[in-house]
Design a protein around this ligand. Structure first.
Ligand code: ZN
Length: 280
């Protein structure tokens, strides 16, 4: 039996977030359906951030409704807070990706509250999850942004990552995601931090979200694989970037990551030929 690695498409959220509204709802839906048909089983389809802040997600409801018609797709949405979680639950989203930043400055900038306030907010989201009947249960993935560096604070102390990971794990999320939000990570740091956090997580899946800003994306995937990470975010064509860093590359490239993993003998469930068609 070959070992499975799960790849999660985030371009529809992370990629589109850094661009002006460029895709119509129909184009987003077509992308989602085609990539699912190519074997990608988990897609972060939108963000429940208020549309006045991010107008490219004004069609969040319609995109989620369409994605939910794709039988077998894990429909995920990013939520910045409890309010976003309530919108997601009302629609029937199966996975809520709650994100908070390890870097205090980045969290303030992103969601206008302290990291501690965001952890309290996550607690509310998990209580919401636990209050739902079994048939309507959602998974809460707790994302920790800026684990390997931050545009505002620069260096991020690994001890702070471990402290926050411990506080978040104590709330019992369904999964944890460590993000190298801006692409500051390197394989040595990735190995150190993931090894420690996987150890703390005691069986709770820990995924990785890498950006390719400095070209180290796949090297970082390999480092994380070596210490046992089996879930990665990626975006088709590496779509994404950062509005504050012109020319910066985006998330790690879905098709390159799938190719590397398949070539190494892992099973991603993805049909590469079809995936490349979707990219076209
Ligand atoms: Zn990202």
């Amino acid at each position: 039996m070959t070992e499975k690695v799960a790849l999660r498409e985030v371009g529809m959220r992370d990629g589109l977030q850094s661009l002006p509204p460029v895709l119509t709802t129909e184009q987003k839906n077509a992308w989602c359906a085609a990539e699912f048909a190519a074997g990608v089983k988990e897609i972060e389809v939108t963000s429940f951030v208020p549309p006045k802040l991010l107008p490219m997600f004004a069609d969040a409801e319609e995109v989620v409704r369409h994605a939910l018609t794709l039988d077998g797709l894990t429909v995920s949405a990013l939520i910045p807070n409890l309010r976003g979680a309530e919108r997601g639950v009302a629609l029937g989203v199966r996975e809520l990706a709650h994100v908070l930043s390890v870097s205090e400055g980045h969290n303030q900038n992103n969601v206008r509250r302290s990291t501690a306030e965001s952890i309290a907010d996550l607690k509310g989201v998990i209580e919401l999850r636990d209050s739902l009947e079994t048939g309507r249960r959602v998974k809460v993935m707790a994302g920790l942004a800026t684990c390997f560096g931050c545009t505002i604070e620069g260096h991020v102390d690994e001890r702070r990552v471990f402290t926050i990971a411990a506080e978040v794990l104590a709330l019992k999320p369904d999964a944890l995601m460590l993000a190298d939000t801006v692409g500051y990570g390197n394989p040595a740091a990735i190995r150190r931090v993931f090894r420690e956090v996987l150890d703390m997580a005691g069986g709770v899946p820990v995924g990785a979200h890498f950006h390719n800003t400095r070209g180290l994306g796949l090297a970082n995937v390999l480092a994380a694989l070596e210490v046992g990470v089996r879930g990665f975010d990626a975006s088709l064509g590496g779509l994404g970037g950062c509005p504050w860093a012109p020319g910066a590359t985006g998330n790690i490239v879905m098709e390159d990551t799938a190719f590397m993993l398949e070539a190494m003998g892992f099973d991603t469930g993805i049909d590469l030929e079809r995936l490349i068609e979707v990219r076209r």
